[in-house]
Design a protein around this ligand. Structure first.
Ligand code: BGC
Length: 250
């Protein structure tokens, strides 16, 4: 069965049809730059044009960088504050005339990793972190998602943690891998003070082997440390998977 998956980010909106039995993209993904300001209506019209591009008429799953409860965004990070209180599922459905399931982008990516990637078969307390523009988090207890965690947002060294240790900060502040890894280590140490974690999956661009080989050996955690396998497709796949599950439950 195919479902369309979309991953809305601060800089790009990515989407593709997904075979939700295998977790593979059924066509090459399309990336459209996020409209300036990332306001709800502008994003919804990009989403509608993406579905038109693929001639997609069926259900759609969409991850956004916000806490989302029953389709409604409760927060907004790296997108316009206008999202807060917006019924994103309704907005997208109205703009594109297709049924939508909307969830937090990191939760979406992690659901895909747990189902098809690095998290397969892992039990206990598993935390996935998506390291990109921000730091997204997704927490699983024996495979059940605790939705909408925001572990990128606690304070570290007088800043919101994601403004200290995200991949964007590494690039913007021109940090070498050793310096960035030291920040990531502080971040992970703090997390492990708060939570007894069995496995941590690191996702986002830095999980590519060519990048992770530069810093992974510098990190020391009590938890088993893994890198994501689906990389930049995870958000798309997980969003589609979620929409598929919702349909199956109806
Ligand atoms: C947001 C999260 C999101 C993460 C990754 C954070 O800034 O607060 O909701 O999952 O960025 O996009």
């Amino acid at each position: 069965m195919q479902i369309f998956g979309i991953d809305v980010g601060g800089s790009g909106i990515k989407g593709a049809p997904v075979d939700i039995r295998t977790g593979r993209l059924a066509a090459e993904r399309l990336r459209i730059p996020t409209p300036k300001g990332a306001r709800p209506k502008a994003v919804a019209s990009v989403v509608a044009s993406m579905l038109d591009h693929f001639g997609w008429q069926g259900p759609v799953g969409c991850g956004i960088p916000a806490r989302v409860k029953q389709g409604v965004a409760r927060t907004a990070a790296n997108i316009s504050d206008d999202w807060i209180g917006t019924d994103a599922a309704r907005l997208f459905s109205k703009a594109s005339k297709r049924p939508f399931a909307v969830l937090n982008d990191a939760d979406a990516a992690a659901l895909a990793e747990m189902h098809f990637g690095a998290g397969r078969g892992l039990q206990g307390v598993v935390l996935m972190l998506t390291l990109g523009t921000g730091i997204g988090s997704a927490l699983f207890v024996d495979n059940a998602l605790v939705p909408n965690t925001e572990f990128g947002h606690f304070w570290l060294r007088g800043r919101v943690a994601e403004q200290y240790a995200s991949d964007r900060v590494r690039k913007e502040e021109n940090l070498d891998w050793k310096t960035w890894a030291a920040r990531m280590q502080e971040y992970l140490t703090h997390l492990e003070r708060l939570l007894d974690i069995d496995a941590i999956i690191l996702g986002g661009g830095v999980s590519k082997p060519s990048r992770s080989e530069k810093f992974l050996h510098l990190l020391d955690t009590k938890a088993q440390l893994l890198t994501a396998e689906l990389r930049n497709e995870a958000g798309i796949v997980g969003a589609a998977l979620t929409a598929g599950r919702l349909i199956a439950d109806q």
